[in-house]
Each structure stands twice: as C-alpha cells, then as structure tokens.
Design a protein around this ligand. Structure first.
Ligand SMILES: C[S@@+](CC[C@H](N)C(=O)[O-])C[C@H]1O[C@@H](n2cnc3c(N)ncnc32)[C@H](O)[C@@H]1O
Length: 209
C-alpha cells in the first residue's frame, strides 16, 4: 500500500472519482443486497427513512428509493455526490448530502441525529474507513438508526493487508455492531456475490429496543 492509496481525506476520494481509480464500482447495486431486498422473507419493507453511508454514485440508494423508501445518501466526497446526482432518474427522489459519517455534530445538523432513520444500507463504506475508526462507525450507525430499526450490510471480510478496501473478520464486525446496540437477525456468507469479492458477509442487524 502506498501513502497515496491509503489517503482517506475527502480530497483523496474526490481524486479517485475524477481519475477513474474506482475499482469498487459495480455500476449497479451490489447483487447480494439487491437479491436480499427483493426476495428475502426478512427484507425490510417500506415506507421509512433510510440512510446509505458512503453512498458513492448512489446505486444502493436508488434501488431503495425505487422500492418505496425515503433515502438519504451521504458521502464525504463532493465528486461522488456529483456523480450520484448525474445518474438520478427523473422520477427518483433521493437526498444527497456531503457529510462525514464519523462527525456527529455535522450529522445532527444535516438532520441525521439520534434515531433519525429506520434503517441503513452499508456497501463498501465500512471497508473504506480507517480501521482504527470502526468503533466510531458502529456507534454512529447505532445513534442514527432508531430502536427496532435495521442495518442491512454487505461486509468484505478479506484478510489482505493495507487498503482501502481494509479487511476485517466476521467476528470483529459482529462485536463492533453488538457494541453499538445491534443484534444479528441474519449474519453469514453472502450469496450472489461477484467472484472478485471474496468472502463477503451479509447481515441484517436489528437495533435493540
Ligand atoms: C469504496 S467507495 C464505495 C461507494 C459506494 N458505497 C459503492 O459501493 O459503490 C467508499 C465511499 O465512502 C466514502 N467515504 C469514505 N469515508 C467516509 C466518511 N467518513 N463519511 C462518509 N463517506 C465516506 C468515499 O468518499 C467513497 O465514496
């Protein structure tokens, strides 16, 4: 990993979008999440206000919006949000906000304070954040998702060094989320993933009431 690759500032994420260094880009919502939302018996149902952290170009956000959720996509990169707006369909109504998921006062100011959403969908935001800040990630999600609400996430549990994407172990993810007040309803290896994404785990986590 070079210092350049590990730069996690908003400006560095902007540069990745501007220079096409976006190896995470699927051009659509992640298939394991799309299948879960469409077909799984435990799939969260609209209506409700749902957050997509580190939304990037917004594929998961638009999918949720098309299913009937009210969606807020947040990202620290202005370029990511420019792309998300560019890809919006005329009938879409996602809200795109430039705010740091790890900055509680900024979230509060953006209308994303305590218990402000019924659900959240995670896709390659967790693995983009400094691993030292994962407790803060989990606490932020636990603060915004209301009791009884849910976090649906696809976590890339690879073991390679460096990043982004930074790896993790499923047991660690479980510990961080449990520490932030979530209980697993589903937590296991994901189905329908791409061959290039080894060892993805899918979870539906419920915030304790
Ligand atoms: C690997 S990209 C994934 C984008 C999108 N979720 C996807 O799967 O296509 C990670 C995204 O998270 C954003 N990001 C990184 N740290 C963030 C933070 N602290 N708060 C909000 N967004 C962040 C980056 O700007 C980038 O758009």
């Amino acid at each position: 990993m070079t210092m350049h690759e590990s730069d996690l500032t908003p400006k560095a994420w902007d540069q990745r979008y501007l220079q096409g260094r976006d190896g995470w880009e699927l051009g659509k919502a992640a298939p394991p999440l799309a299948h879960f939302l469409h077909d799984h018996p435990l799939a969260p149902q609209p209506p409700g206000r749902v957050l997509v952290p580190g939304c990037g170009r917004g594929h998961e956000a638009r999918l949720l919006n098309s299913l009937g959720f009210t969606v807020i996509g947040i990202d620290i990169s202005a370029e990511a949000l420019r792309e998300a707006r560019r890809l919006d369909q005329p009938d879409a109504s996602c809200q795109w906000l430039q705010v740091d998921l790890l900055d509680p006062p900024a979230l509060e100011e953006a209308g994303l304070g305590q218990d402000s959403v019924i659900g959240a969908v995670e896709h390659t935001c967790f693995c983009a954040i400094d691993p030292a800040l994962r407790t803060a990630y989990a606490q932020s999600m636990g603060r915004m998702v209301a009791p009884g609400g849910w976090l649906l996430g696809l976590f890339w549990c690879h073991s390679r060094s460096g990043g982004p994407p930074f790896g993790c172990q499923p047991e660690q993810v479980a510990r961080w989320l449990q520490g932030a007040g979530f209980e697993a309803e589903v937590w296991g290896p994901a189905h329908h993933g791409l061959p290039s994404r080894d060892n993805e785990w899918l979870g539906l986590w419920r915030r304790k009431s």
